[in-house]
Design a protein around this ligand. Structure first.
Ligand code: CA
Ligand code: CA
Ligand code: CA
Ligand code: CA
Length: 528
């Protein structure tokens, strides 16, 4: 177990909480200057949104490598050369993923060959890039019959629909990028790329989702645990005409249809930028955090249960999660949130929330100096702001990013892609409690078990999250999933597989990495 307490200049912090109840504040060291990462998301009008990162391991050493979107600059691939617990270091190298006009990127093993493939979202033609091994990639648009279109894409989600061995990809499109002068009302259709009907390893022609309302983030999520994920889309009210937040019913093999108000879906309009989910209240059902301009939303089912209607209430205010304006400085105009992620950054067993913040460009009604948020969850379920104390309060114009353990020491580090400024990367130096990182794996299609659930028993609580491909803001991750364990020396862990089969509980030791193969014993994996 690592050191539980540390004295900083400001306060005494412990792995669980301070005497005053404030959760332990992890200390982040910015490694940007020495990291080898030097990427800026550049461009004007049709790079106003987007600015993402894909984080994945492509040379099988366990250390997460990454691809950063560059907008009008080339996207850049970085191989992770960090050592365990050491400073974050990367080397830019040729990968085949270098393109102009990339807005975002998501890893997904489309052909289930054990190598991550990468979906490149672009202001222009989207690309599916097949992983060849050794961190080399090549376009598979033609081979896999993927129509990349020509829209301005920023949102992505993927699932394997029931009975399919090939994934369904959803791509969210923004306004018509040719309509720079009067873009209002020009939201272009989102596309659903389902598997080809003949069962070949190809995509069918894209199915437009009508109406579409300028999606900036989306998730396939099994919101009522029915075994069939639906498609939740967060939309930017800035440009849509008559739009709202959406959830598409996705009957396997059937036509998607929108949940209606009569079915319980509530009319909600936000500047939806980013989304993530976690069972934050422990009722067994996923809750959703959506970033916006001014106040952000935490949605929970009004009446959870297997027959639940898709009626959500916003509990961001009582949970201390509105994060609606800067928490430091003198600029008190409302703030603008983008990438968001639930992760336990201090390993106390309570999931926290990170938000990358930054003005769209120079919108005068919104804060120009808008620090990123690090909201730490307390045992009572309320969150407290710790961005400044943790030193991740950058006021560069944040967009996408990732909360990920880049140096495999069990402490989650933070990456943010900035508009017009270089991306930043911070190393978490603790203090933090115990942890566990796990990777479910199954044979056949959907190897990484998208839409499985991970459950971690910690005393009388069960930590629970759905494994999703999608969400955030234009940014996706693959690899080990992290849980903080507080002072527990072990935890019981199980996987609920995407087809509904419940795996056995495994008793696993803290501070270790584990592979969880379906139907077999979990085994420890040791980073070099
Ligand atoms: Ca690697
Ligand atoms: Ca692959
Ligand atoms: Ca925490
Ligand atoms: Ca780390």
């Amino acid at each position: 177990m690592r050191c539980l307490c540390a004295i900083t200049a400001l306060l005494v912090t412990c792995a669980t909480a301070n005497a005053d109840g404030m959760p332990a504040v992890p200390q982040f060291t910015e490694d940007t200057a020495s990291s080898g990462v030097n990427s800026t998301f550049s461009g004007d009008w049709d790079f106003t949104v987007g600015g993402g990162a894909a984080v994945f391991d492509c040379n099988d050493d366990g250390y997460p490598d990454m691809l950063l979107a560059g907008g009008t600059s080339l996207s850049t691939f970085y191989r992770n050369t960090s050592t365990r617990g050491g400073p974050l270091r990367f080397v830019a190298q040729e990968s085949g993923l270098e393109f102009e006009r990339v807005t975002g990127a998501y890893p997904i093993d489309i052909d289930s060959d054990g190598k991550q493939d990468i979906v490149l979202l672009r202001s222009g033609e989207n690309l599916v890039m097949r992983g060849e091994g050794g961190c080399m990639f090549s376009s598979a648009n033609e081979t896999w019959n993927f129509d990349g279109g020509d829209a301005w894409s920023n949102a992505f989600a993927a699932t394997w629909e029931k009975g399919q061995s090939w994934p369904t990809l959803a791509i969210g499109n923004y306004v018509d990028r040719e309509e720079e002068i009067s873009p209002w009302g020009s939201c272009t259709d989102n596309w659903l790329h389902r598997p080809a009907a003949d069962g070949s390893a190809k995509f069918a022609a894209p199915l437009p989702l009508k109406p579409s309302y300028c999606a900036l983030s989306m998730l396939f999520t099994d919101w009522r645990r029915s075994g069939t994920p639906d498609l939740r889309i967060s939309n930017d009210r800035e440009y849509y005409e008559g739009g709202q937040e959406q959830m598409w019913k996705m009957p396997p093999g059937g036509a998607p249809s929108l949940y209606s108000e009569a079915e319980g879906w509530k009319y909600l309009r936000i500047w939806g930028m980013g989304v993530d989910s976690y069972d934050i209240d422990g009722d067994g059902y996923p809750d959703y955090y959506m970033t916006s301009m001014a106040d952000n939303k935490l949605q929970t089912l009004e009446k959870p249960g297997p027959d639940a209607r898709p009626s959500y209430k916003d509990i961001a205010y009582p949970r201390g999660l509105t994060a609606h304006r800067p928490y430091e400085g003198t600029d008190l105009r409302p703030s603008t949130g983008w990438h968001t992620q639930f992760e336990d950054v201090n390993n106390d067993g309570y999931a926290d929330i990170f938000i990358a913040k930054g003005n769209v460009a120079e919108m005068p009604d919104f804060a120009a100096k808008d620090p990123n948020n690090l909201l730490l969850q307390q045992p009572d379920g309320k969150f407290v702001e710790a961005g400044q104390l943790a030193h991740v309060d950058s006021t560069m114009i944040g967009r996408g990013g990732a909360v990920m353990d880049f140096n495999l020491d069990g402490l989650l580090d933070i990456l943010v892609v900035n508009r017009w400024s270089p991306a930043q990367i911070w190393r978490n130096t603790g203090p933090a409690g115990n942890w566990i990182e796990v990777k479910p794996q199954q044979d056949g299609p959907n190897r990484d078990a998208a839409n499985a659930w991970l459950e971690v028993k910690l005393g009388d609580r069960v930590l629970r999250r759905e494994l999703l491909i999608g969400g955030g803001h234009a940014s996706g991750r693959a690899g080990f999933r992290h849980f903080g364990l507080g002072i527990a020396a072990r935890a019981e862990v199980r996987v609920l597989w995407p087809d509904g089969t419940a795996g056995d509980w495994h008793t696993l030791s803290a501070d270790q990495f584990y592979i969880l193969p379906r139907g077999k014993d979990a085994f420890a994996w040791q980073p070099q």
